[in-house]
Write a protein that binds this ligand. Structure first.
Ligand SMILES: Nc1ncnc2c1ncn2[C@@H]1O[C@H](COP(=O)(O)OP(=O)(O)OP(=O)(O)O)[C@@H](O)[C@H]1O
Ligand SMILES: O=P(O)(O)OC[C@H]1O[C@H](OP(=O)(O)OP(=O)(O)O)[C@H](O)[C@@H]1O
Length: 211
């Protein structure tokens, strides 16, 4: 039997993903070592392999078939636009993609002004403003600390993840519009879906029973 391979993000979703897998009998003791720098783990008994990738790269490994299955945030899946099947909402990692800024920006959004939008998610922001709202905007790609942009005058608004809202609050910003709700999703390579359908279906049935 060949190994069934999983690409998992190293970030926020890792702990809950391992906890969920553990509940359905998929364990990998080695992966729990927080100080380990190892990237690949094997469960010989179940013929499973796990890769620890950077979150946004998970759909890439799955599209190319380097991993059969992946766990990624819905934000990453929407932004990366990879050819993968999204098969299950895992229910954790819940947060929202939002347009945020000072409330003074509300009229600029209402009147469809040509505003600057700073974001780590240019595809999601473009899709929202151009296709959903039909508003022409200038997208400015940033890599983190997105909340800085409206404060220092780089942009009028941001498109970013809001979870507890504390980053916005501590920086005097507000949610102005919600783009979409987000959570962790399981994705599968389209060829693996056919070639390994029995093992993948069994896995999905066990996971669904836990959620
Ligand atoms: N407060 C939050 N901020 C960011 N992502 C969150 C938050 N809460 C839940 N998530 C979810 O967790 C996923 C993975 O988070 P992770 O820490 O790996 O990403 P990241 O911090 O955006 O990546 P990077 O390593 O590029 O900083 C996100 O894609 C998102 O779906
Ligand atoms: O609503 P909250 O609970 O405050 O969470 C939202 C914040 O968390 C994320 O940033 P992250 O910690 O990934 O840092 P970053 O600035 O490097 O993207 C996100 O980009 C927001 O800034």
């Amino acid at each position: 039997m060949r190994y069934l391979t999983f690409a998992l993000g190293k970030g926020r979703l890792a702990k809950q993903t391992l906890e969920l897998f553990e509940k359905i009998g998929i364990t990998c003791e080695e992966m729990k070592d927080k100080d380990s720098r190892k990237l690949i783990f094997t469960n010989e008994e179940l013929k499973l392999k796990f890769f620890l990738a950077k979150g946004p790269d998970v759909p890439t490994y799955v599209e190319y078939g380097a991993a059969d299955i992946g766990v990624a945030g819905k934000d990453t899946i929407l932004e990366e636009r990879r050819k993968v099947h999204e098969v299950l909402d895992l229910g954790y990692g819940r947060c929202s993609m939002c347009v945020c800024g000072y409330k003074e920006a509300v009229p600029l959004l209402q009147h469809h002004e040509l505003i600057r939008v700073a974001t780590k998610y240019p595809n999601i922001a473009k899709d929202y403003f151009y296709n959903t709202k039909h508003q022409t905007v200038e997208i400015i790609k940033l890599n983190g600390s997105i909340e800085l942009a409206p404060i220092v005058g780089l942009s009028e608004v941001i498109v970013d993840i809001v979870e507890t809202g504390s980053t916005l609050k501590e920086n005097g910003l507000e949610v102005l519009e919600e783009v979409c709700p987000l959570s962790a999703r399981m994705i599968v390579n389209p060829v693996s879906m056919r070639m390994e359908s029995t093992r993948i279906k069994t896995l999905l049935t066990k996971l669904r029973a836990q959620l």
